[in-house]
Structures are given as structure tokens and as C-alpha cells.
Design a binder for this molecule. Structure first.
Ligand SMILES: *Cc1c(COP(=O)(O)O)cnc(C)c1O
Length: 374
């Protein structure tokens, strides 16, 4: 007996593996991107109130108050919103709905790990377009993006603010991507789970430039620092959304109802009380603490414009050696590349306390540029 070959998608990912190693070895975990800080009290209270009141199935399209809160925020009709079990399910349902055997999804490299298995499980194929690594950081090569298109391309999948690079697209880039998609009749998936986590001007959304073909993916887990709640969403062209809701009947049917109710309330409070402003300030402080600390060690740092991730070089070091010997868990760039990752590059998650970041810097200072045994 054997399982179907498609289960090759089940291979273990480095993210939980590094977290387990970090726990076992007492390492500071700047690997997996989950916040150390607790979620805001207004979320915990809203979820507490929802338990006992919202305990049965929600409609597959989502609990009405949550769809309404999101519709209001995005300036769309309620029918344009479908709630999912995290952005992870949103991406799965989208690729199942947009791509089939022999068809292609263009994905930027470095990529967030779920895009490739999602394309594969839909029977499709991911075509990778590498970002340039310039002295100022990672940039999109629009000509390379256009060259990657074939008659079989159905979707361009973008992520901004981008995990792992922290890149935010410029308005001209978004406009050009939208134009390219229109010219080639492509759908756009814009993974915007870090939409409230940027350090400069508020980034424009891709959907503003091509609302008729763009599906925006979001996550309450990322916005409200509760990655375990598994509430996400898709905002897209209303004509396609009932079908997407219908597709997700066959995955999780509905996201947990009391969490949807709690998130609906919390999203309104967050906006009203300046919660996102405070979140950005707090992350900017931590980003700068980590970046300055790494630069002081003589390391090359790519300062992110958004997200809670930073890429930096640690010449000659290996992630498994680092977690064991330096007791700092990081994710090597190889986790975000199919092949030939840039040398010496690591992703640092700074959604951790300032104490954890300082401890990690202190531990790294002992192994950077100093002779060691392997
Ligand atoms: C965390 C993350 C997701 C998944 O979000 P969930 O809501 O936790 O499922 C999707 N895309 C990116 C880029 C992420 O970093």
C-alpha cells in the first residue's frame, strides 16, 4: 500500500523544526515568525464574550459582522469578502480555484513557503522570478516578470510587505504589474497579511490598480498578534466570491465562529484606538535595535520597509550550527529559494521582545568573526 504521490507535498518544513530545536536547546528563537508579546486585551475580551454566544457553524463565506467590518475597511460590498481559516487556507482555496493541470503561477523568489505546494496540489506549476539583490536591498525586475509569462500562465502571485525580504512595492511597480496582468488576461493574488506593518508611507494595495482581477489575502493572526486564531480573508471581485465560498465548504467549511466574532469586534477597536500605529512604532523600535546591533558586529543588513522580518548576512555560518553552538535560531535563505540561495543570508524574525533581541545579539557577537570548532 502507498499514499498518493501528491503527498510528496507533506515534507517537513524548517520553520517548526527550528522552533523545536530552539526549545530543546534553550536558543533564542528568531526563526519562526510568531510574536512573543500577547495579543491586545481588546481582542482577548471580545473573544471571551463571543464564547457561549457564537458556538455553531458560521456560513462558509464568513460570519456577517466580520465580513461587514472588512467590507467597510476595504471600501467594497460585503459580497466581495470571504473569511477563511487563516491566510493559509485563503491561498489554498485561491490556487485550487484559479489554476489547474498544465497551468502556471508566477511567484517571486524568495517566496513564502506555502505558495509552491499550493500550486503543486492544484496540479499547476510555479514559475519563479528572482528579485534582484541590490546594495539597497531586494527589487523587482519587471522585465524578468514579463519574460516569465507563457501562454499557460494564469496567475501572478505577489506578497507585500514581503516575507522574508521586507520589500514594499512602489506605486509605479504596482501599476506596471496590474497593466501586465490586464494585457495577458491574468488573475492577481496579492498576499497582504502584513498590510498594517510598514515603516514608511502606507503602501498602496495592488487591488486599487486592478480591482476586476485581484484577490487580496489578509490575516487577523498577523494584524492582531494571534497567529493561532486562524482567521484570514480574501477580498476580491464580487462575481467570483460566492464560488470561492463554495470551494471552502470542502476544506474547513468555516473558520471558528467565536474567533470570527471576536476578530470582527477587535478590527473595529484596532482602527478606532490607533492600535496599528502603536504596533508599527513598537516594531520599528525592534527593527532598529536588531539592525543597529547587527551592523555594529560588522554584518551586512537589508533594512525591511515592512513585516517583522529582516535579512542579514552571517558569513560562513550555518543555521544548524548557530542554533546548537550560538543558541540563536534563524531561518537560512535556502528556505525561501528553490535552488542556489544567496550565500550567507539569513532571515531574522523580530516579533520578539527587546530582551530576546538583545540576548540574540549578545550571543551572535561571540561567534561572528571569531575562530570556532565545527
Ligand atoms: C504568515 C503568513 C501567511 C499565513 O497566514 P495565516 O493567517 O497564519 O495562515 C501567509 N503569507 C505570508 C507571507 C505569511 O507570512
Amino acid at each position: 500500500m502507498r499514499l498518493h504521490p501528491r503527498t510528496q507535498a507533506a515534507k517537513e518544513s524548517i520553520f517548526p523544526k527550528m522552533s523545536a530545536l530552539a526549545r530543546e536547546l534553550g536558543a533564542v528563537n528568531l526563526g519562526q515568525g510568531f510574536p512573543t508579546n500577547p495579543p491586545p486585551p481588546f481582542l482577548l475580551e471580545a473573544v471571551g464574550r463571543a464564547l457561549g454566544r457564537y458556538d455553531q457553524y458560521a456560513p462558509p463565506a464568513g460570519l456577517p459582522p466580520l465580513r461587514e467590518a472588512l467590507a467597510e475597511e476595504f471600501g467594497v460590498v460585503t459580497e466581495a469578502v470571504v473569511v477563511t481559516s487563516g491566510a493559509t487556507e485563503a491561498l489554498y482555496v485561491l490556487l485550487q480555484s484559479l489554476v489547474g493541470p498544465g497551468e502556471e503561477v508566477v511567484v517571486l523568489e524568495p517566496f513564502f513557503d506555502v505558495y509552491l505546494p499550493d500550486a503543486f496540489l492544484a496540479g499547476g506549476e510555479a514559475r519563479l522570478v528572482r528579485l534582484h539583490l541590490t546594495p539597497e536591498g531586494f527589487r523587482l525586475d519587471l522585465a524578468a516578470l514579463e519574460r516569465a509569462l507563457t501562454p499557460r500562465t494564469r496567475v501572478l502571485l505577489l506578497n507585500a510587505p514581503m516575507n522574508p525580504t521586507g520589500l514594499v512595492f512602489r506605486e509605479e511597480e504596482l501599476r506596471a504589474v496590474a497593466e501586465l496582468a490586464r494585457r495577458h488576461g491574468l488573475f492577481l493574488i496579492s498576499d497582504e497579511v502584513y498590510d498594517e506593518l510598514y515603516f514608511g508611507e502606507r503602501p498602496r494595495r495592488l487591488r486599487e490598480f486592478a480591482p476586476e482581477r485581484t484577490f487580496t489575502v489578509g490575516s487577523a493572526g498577523k494584524r492582531l498578534e494571534a497567529t493561532g486564531y486562524r482567521v484570514g480573508w480574501i477580498v476580491g471581485p464580487p462575481e467570483f466570491m460566492p464560488t470561492l465560498a463554495g470551494m471552502r465548504q470542502w476544506t474547513s467549511f468555516s473558520a471558528p465562529t467565536p474567533l470570527q466574532a471576536g476578530v470582527a469586534e477587535a478590527l473595529r477597536v484596532a482602527r478606532g484606538e490607533g492600535y496599528y500605529e502603536a504596533l508599527r512604532q513598537s516594531y520599528k523600535r525592534r527593527r532598529d535595535l536588531l539592525a543597529e546591533g547587527l551592523k555594529a558586529l560588522g554584518l551586512r543588513v537589508f533594512l525591511p520597509e515592512g513585516t517583522y522580518f529582516l535579512m542579514a548576512e552571517l558569513p560562513g555560518l550555518d543555521a544548524f550550527w548557530l542554533v546548537r553552538e550560538a543558541r540563536v535560531a534563524l531561518i537560512p535563505a535556502a528556505a525561501f529559494y528553490l535552488q542556489d540561495p544567496p550565500k550567507d543570508l539569513f532571515r531574522f524574525a523580530f516579533c520578539k521582545t527587546e530582551e530576546e533581541l538583545s540576548l540574540a545579539l549578545d550571543r551572535l557577537s561571540r561567534v561572528v568573526n571569531s575562530p570556532r570548532e565545527t
